[in-house]
Design a protein around this ligand. Sequence first.
Ligand code: ARG
Length: 264
Amino acid sequence: MKKLVALLLTTVMAMTMLTACGGSEAATTESADGVASAALADGVLTVGTNAEFPPFEYVGDDGQPDGFDMALVKAIGEKLGVEVKIENMEFASLVTSIGSKIDIAAAGMTVTEERKETVDFSNPYYEAVQYVVLPADSAIATAADLEGKTIGVQLGTTGDFIATDIPGSTVSSYNKAVDAVNDLVNGKVDCVIIDKNPALVFESKFEGQVVAVDGAQFEFEIENYAIALPKGDTVLAEQINTAIEELKADGTFDELVKTYIEAE
Ligand code: ARG
């Protein structure tokens, strides 16, 4: 009888240990201290973007999202040993889709206090500022000149927030920034407020028709781009920050800047 009880006890203990270990079996990537992020448990990093924002993201000739951010997240995926899947969606849906449709978002996204209430951010990887895109013959030149104007923006962007705060402004928001610029050319809006690099891309795309003016002239503040992450997933944040640091240290990051941003 004693023997039987002992045997039963051993069996129960063994089973408990097995169950305890089973929980972490699905994880494929782990941080330095051996903790795994749930976001990577399936071996896939699903990255949300809005490919309407050259040179950071745009739809390439093959119909797939391309650009600086896409190359960056693919390089991060390689470092983490996971497959990277890109989901192209509306910019305004990105933040709320993290944790459901997507794991993270890479979309030239500016770190803001408001977004930080819903998501965490990686360390910033690029500095930006809003620019004002104007018809070539526009008289708009100062912050005061923007008051009471009709301003085109991409929905849910920091350009949208700035335009909304300008006294007397009427804000026309578009899902695609290029549509705002088209309406500028058609005379439907007085200016477009959008980030520096896309503004410069549009200036060359609509050469002679529009000019892109530095937001410093309108007292706009410096912004920082970062990858948006699930709130509270400090393990994933650490892994992504480490990967970005490594890509900076080994020169990959600078190569991507040269290829995608400075080549524009
Ligand atoms: N930096 C701006 C923001 O965070 C605009 C980003 C737009 N990005 C895009 N992929 N459409 O609001």
